[in-house]
Design a protein around this ligand. Structure first.
Ligand SMILES: Nc1ncnc2c1ncn2[C@@H]1O[C@H](COP(=O)(O)OP(=O)(O)OP(=O)(O)O)[C@@H](O)[C@H]1O
Length: 254
């Protein structure tokens, strides 16, 4: 699935963080992503918004190199994907948690920290900082099997933040997380964006979409509109993103 790291020409200096060019993906005879072209710029907080089954997760998997496009090109931080060596350069939170249930949270974090090349005091500092963001510091030594669904989501988010990546790819990061913590996680995401981290995430939640710098509306495998929330509302003559989605995307979002 991944190509191994081979000597490749240096990426262009000012390439976008994520560059999708005419990307398609089919499963059997069903095309689920159709001619997707999109650039996400460095330091941007970009949201992918669309109904269940519209293709958001499939697109995220192509961006991270977990899956390979059938057509078109996917470049991440200037590199053609999929590419194994890129794993250290971005943080990824999948929709289903990839955690070792029999280990404690701390042991899970230590495992992922070692994959990212973190060790010693650096590793401990990053584990503490990431767990503080998701408010799980008091649960470091608990086995993941004893975590609730929302706690597992938060731990997965902490893992994606461990190595302070320049790019974060988050598939529905706040699903199952209560409103208070959701707000504090968003505060942190916006602060990371302000410090220059590029963030691409999927969401079903309209007020989350409103917080993004730009949103891509996806329906039935087509990217139907890409712009800032304000511009999308203006373009569609609507007061809310939900209504903008209906006008620009041809149906309700959830
Ligand atoms: N490995 C696969 N094999 C066959 N079909 C697939 C596969 N992965 C995804 N699909 C199909 O592709 C379409 C898009 O799925 P995807 O998971 O990308 O949607 P989504 O927008 O992320 O939905 P949700 O919001 O429910 O997570 C769906 O119809 C899904 O059934």
């Amino acid at each position: 699935m991944f190509t191994s790291h081979t000597q490749s020409p240096s990426p262009p200096l000012h390439s976008p963080a994520v560059e999708l060019q005419s990307v398609t993906r089919a499963f059997g005879n069903r095309t689920v992503l159709k001619d997707i072209t999109l650039n996400v710029e460095h330091g941007e907080l970009f949201g992918l918004l669309g109904p269940s089954g519209s293709g958001k997760t499939t697109l995220i998997k192509l961006i991270t190199g977990i899956d390979r496009a059938d057509g078109g090109s996917v470049r991440l931080l200037g590199e053609q994907m999929p590419k194994l060596a890129m794993l250290q350069r971005f943080g990824y939170m999948a929709q289903s948690d990839a955690l070792y249930n029999e280990l404690t949270a701390k042991q899970n974090l230590q495992f992922f920290a070692s994959l990212y090349g973190l060790s010693g005091s650096d590793r401990n500092r990053r584990i503490e900082a990431s767990m503080a963001i998701v408010d799980l510091l008091d649960h470091l030594d608990k086995p993941v099997a004893a975590y609730s669904g929302g706690m597992k989501r938060r731990l997965s988010l902490a893992i994606s933040l461990l190595h302070e990546p320049e790019l974060l790819v988050l598939d529905e990061p706040t699903v199952g997380i209560d409103p208070v913590l959701r707000q504090s996680i968003w505060k942190e995401l916006l602060a990371m964006r302000d410090r220059g981290t590029t963030i691409i995430l999927t969401t079903h939640v309209m007020d989350e979409a409103d917080k993004c710098d730009r949103i891509g509306l996806i329906r039935d495998g087509h990217l139907t509109a890409v712009d800032s929330p304000a511009a999308l509302k203006l373009k569609s003559g609507t007061a809310t993103i939900e209504d903008a989605f209906i006008v620009l995307g041809g149906g309700g979002p959830a």
